[in-house]
Design a protein around this ligand. Structure first.
Ligand code: 5GP
Length: 190
C-alpha cells in the first residue's frame, strides 16, 4: 500500500508473538476458565487470534470472550488519559479470571483506567496481555503480564490499529508515510 513507509512487524512476526503469549497464558491458567476481555476496536484481531491460539496450544484452558469499548481524547500520537467507557462488557466479571487484551500500551493511562475500573468489580484475578509495548513514554506504572512485541517509538497502524479509522485491516503493523500522518490535536478512538 502506497501510504505505508515501512512494515514494522510482519504478519508472521505477529503470529509468532501471539503464539508465544498463548503458550505463557496456557501455562498460567491451566485448568481454569479465563475471560479474554478485548478492548475495542483496536484489540479486535489480537483478541480473536489469541483466543484461537490458546485453544490450539492447550485443551486445559477454557476460553471465554467478552469485549468493551473505550475512547479517549488526545492527539493522534497517544491518549490523554481522559478515557471514556463507550461500551461495557456483556457479562459480569465478578469471580472470574479476567485477562484484558489490548493492542498497544504507550503512556499507560488507558490500561490503568481499565485496571482501576475492572478491579472494582471483584474479579477472581485481573491481568493484562498487550500485543505491542511502547515503554518509552509511560506516565503511570501499569503491570502487563504478557507482552507480544516491543514496538519502536513510532506511531503505527494495522492489525487493528487505526489512523482516523483507516488501516485497521492491514495484516501487518506499519509506519505511515509522513505526508499521510499529521499528528495535530484530534480525537483518538481506541
Ligand atoms: P496509552 O493510553 O497507553 O498511551 O495508549 C493506549 C491507546 O493509545 C491505544 O489503545 C491506542 O488507541 C493509542 N495509541 C498509542 N500508540 C499508538 C500507535 O502507535 N498507533 C495507534 N494507532 N494508536 C496508538
Amino acid at each position: 500500500m502506497t501510504d505505508i513507509e515501512a512494515v514494522i512487524f510482519s504478519e508472521a512476526e505477529i503470529a509468532a508473538a501471539i503464539h508465544r503469549m498463548a503458550a505463557a497464558i496456557a501455562r498460567d491458567y491451566l485448568g481454569k476458565t479465563v475471560v479474554l476481555l478485548g478492548v475495542l476496536k483496536g484489540a479486535l484481531f489480537v483478541t480473536a487470534d489469541l483466543a484461537r491460539a490458546l485453544e490450539s496450544v492447550s485443551a486445559d484452558v477454557v476460553v471465554q470472550l467478552d469485549f468493551l469499548a473505550v475512547s479517549s481524547y488526545g492527539n493522534a500520537h497517544r491518549s490523554s488519559g481522559e478515557v471514556r467507557l463507550v461500551q461495557d462488557t456483556s457479562h459480569s466479571i465478578e469471580g472470574k479470571h479476567v485477562l484484558i487484551v489490548e493492542d498497544i500500551v504507550d503512556n499507560g493511562l488507558t490500561l490503568k483506567y481499565l485496571m482501576n475500573l475492572l478491579s472494582g468489580r471483584a474479579p477472581a484475578s485481573l491481568r493484562a496481555a498487550v500485543l505491542l509495548d511502547k515503554p518509552y513514554n509511560r506516565r503511570v506504572e501499569v503491570p502487563v503480564a504478557y507482552i507480544g512485541l516491543t514496538c519502536p517509538d513510532e506511531f503505527v497502524v494495522g492489525y487493528g490499529l487505526d489512523y482516523q479509522e483507516r488501516y485497521r485491516t492491514l495484516p501487518y503493523v506499519a509506519k505511515l508515510r509522513s505526508e499521510i500522518f499529521t499528528p495535530i490535536g484530534e480525537t483518538v478512538a481506541t
